[in-house]
Design a binder for this molecule. Structure first.
Ligand SMILES: [Zn+2]
Length: 127
Protein backbone atom coordinates (compact mmCIF):
# COMPACT_ATOMS: atom_id res chain seq x y z
CA UNK A 1 0.00 0.00 0.00
CA UNK A 2 2.96 2.29 0.54
CA UNK A 3 3.69 2.21 -3.17
CA UNK A 4 0.11 3.20 -3.95
CA UNK A 5 0.30 6.12 -1.55
CA UNK A 6 3.56 7.24 -3.05
CA UNK A 7 2.68 6.99 -6.71
CA UNK A 8 -1.10 7.47 -6.96
CA UNK A 9 -0.58 10.76 -8.76
CA UNK A 10 0.99 9.04 -11.75
CA UNK A 11 -1.98 6.68 -11.96
CA UNK A 12 -4.28 9.70 -12.00
CA UNK A 13 -2.07 11.25 -14.69
CA UNK A 14 -2.46 8.11 -16.81
CA UNK A 15 -6.25 8.17 -16.44
CA UNK A 16 -6.14 11.83 -17.38
CA UNK A 17 -4.11 11.08 -20.49
CA UNK A 18 -6.52 8.31 -21.41
CA UNK A 19 -9.42 10.67 -20.83
CA UNK A 20 -8.03 13.21 -23.28
CA UNK A 21 -7.28 10.71 -26.02
CA UNK A 22 -10.39 8.59 -25.73
CA UNK A 23 -12.72 11.56 -25.11
CA UNK A 24 -14.82 9.37 -22.84
CA UNK A 25 -14.55 11.60 -19.77
CA UNK A 26 -16.37 14.88 -19.40
CA UNK A 27 -14.46 18.15 -19.23
CA UNK A 28 -15.47 18.54 -15.57
CA UNK A 29 -13.80 15.22 -14.70
CA UNK A 30 -10.71 16.26 -16.66
CA UNK A 31 -10.48 19.48 -14.63
CA UNK A 32 -10.62 17.48 -11.39
CA UNK A 33 -8.05 14.95 -12.55
CA UNK A 34 -5.73 17.73 -13.73
CA UNK A 35 -6.01 19.51 -10.40
CA UNK A 36 -5.28 16.28 -8.50
CA UNK A 37 -2.21 15.56 -10.63
CA UNK A 38 -0.97 19.11 -10.23
CA UNK A 39 -1.27 19.08 -6.44
CA UNK A 40 0.34 15.65 -6.31
CA UNK A 41 3.35 16.96 -8.24
CA UNK A 42 3.64 20.02 -6.02
CA UNK A 43 3.09 18.42 -2.60
CA UNK A 44 3.32 14.62 -2.72
CA UNK A 45 5.43 13.19 -5.51
CA UNK A 46 8.73 11.62 -4.39
CA UNK A 47 11.55 13.88 -5.59
CA UNK A 48 14.95 15.04 -4.41
CA UNK A 49 14.91 18.04 -2.14
CA UNK A 50 17.21 20.02 -4.46
CA UNK A 51 17.90 22.86 -2.05
CA UNK A 52 21.38 24.34 -2.24
CA UNK A 53 23.96 23.03 0.19
CA UNK A 54 27.43 24.33 0.86
CA UNK A 55 29.84 23.97 -2.02
CA UNK A 56 27.31 24.47 -4.84
CA UNK A 57 25.94 20.98 -4.43
CA UNK A 58 22.29 20.26 -3.99
CA UNK A 59 20.47 18.23 -1.40
CA UNK A 60 19.72 14.64 -2.38
CA UNK A 61 17.40 13.92 0.52
CA UNK A 62 13.96 12.65 -0.33
CA UNK A 63 11.23 15.25 -0.40
CA UNK A 64 7.52 15.21 -1.15
CA UNK A 65 6.60 17.28 -4.15
CA UNK A 66 8.33 20.09 -6.01
CA UNK A 67 7.29 22.71 -3.48
CA UNK A 68 8.36 20.85 -0.36
CA UNK A 69 11.90 20.38 0.87
CA UNK A 70 13.32 17.48 2.89
CA UNK A 71 13.15 17.12 6.68
CA UNK A 72 15.50 20.10 7.10
CA UNK A 73 13.34 23.14 7.71
CA UNK A 74 16.02 25.41 6.35
CA UNK A 75 15.79 23.73 2.95
CA UNK A 76 12.05 24.20 2.79
CA UNK A 77 12.48 27.93 3.28
CA UNK A 78 15.23 28.00 0.76
CA UNK A 79 13.02 26.44 -1.87
CA UNK A 80 10.20 28.86 -1.17
CA UNK A 81 12.67 31.67 -1.57
CA UNK A 82 13.87 30.22 -4.86
CA UNK A 83 10.31 29.93 -6.13
CA UNK A 84 9.61 33.52 -5.13
CA UNK A 85 12.45 34.69 -7.33
CA UNK A 86 11.73 33.99 -10.97
CA UNK A 87 15.42 34.17 -11.85
CA UNK A 88 16.15 31.02 -9.86
CA UNK A 89 13.40 28.89 -11.43
CA UNK A 90 15.72 27.69 -14.16
CA UNK A 91 18.28 26.55 -11.61
CA UNK A 92 15.69 24.71 -9.56
CA UNK A 93 14.21 23.07 -12.64
CA UNK A 94 17.60 21.91 -13.89
CA UNK A 95 18.34 20.34 -10.50
CA UNK A 96 14.98 18.64 -10.31
CA UNK A 97 15.58 17.25 -13.77
CA UNK A 98 18.83 15.61 -12.74
CA UNK A 99 16.83 12.75 -11.21
CA UNK A 100 14.29 10.48 -12.81
CA UNK A 101 11.53 11.31 -10.35
CA UNK A 102 12.23 14.98 -10.76
CA UNK A 103 11.79 14.73 -14.52
CA UNK A 104 8.58 12.71 -14.18
CA UNK A 105 7.20 15.09 -11.57
CA UNK A 106 8.15 18.27 -13.40
CA UNK A 107 6.51 17.08 -16.57
CA UNK A 108 3.45 15.85 -14.69
CA UNK A 109 3.07 19.31 -13.14
CA UNK A 110 3.51 21.01 -16.49
CA UNK A 111 1.18 18.61 -18.30
CA UNK A 112 -1.45 18.85 -15.57
CA UNK A 113 -1.37 22.63 -15.76
CA UNK A 114 -1.86 22.64 -19.54
CA UNK A 115 -4.52 19.95 -19.23
CA UNK A 116 -6.40 21.93 -16.58
CA UNK A 117 -6.43 25.06 -18.74
CA UNK A 118 -7.55 23.11 -21.80
CA UNK A 119 -10.30 21.33 -19.84
CA UNK A 120 -11.58 24.60 -18.38
CA UNK A 121 -11.71 26.12 -21.87
CA UNK A 122 -13.56 23.04 -23.15
CA UNK A 123 -15.96 23.34 -20.25
CA UNK A 124 -16.52 27.04 -20.92
CA UNK A 125 -17.11 26.52 -24.64
CA UNK A 126 -19.42 23.58 -24.03
CA UNK A 127 -21.91 25.71 -22.20
ZN1 LIG B 1 17.24 19.15 1.74
Amino acid sequence: MKVVRKYWGYAVALVLLYGWFSATLGAGVLVLLSAATFFYALFQAPVWCCAETRGKNFCHNNASGILMGCHLREHRWQKFKMLARKSSWGRLFRRLCSGFHGVATSFSALGAMISAVAAVITLALGR
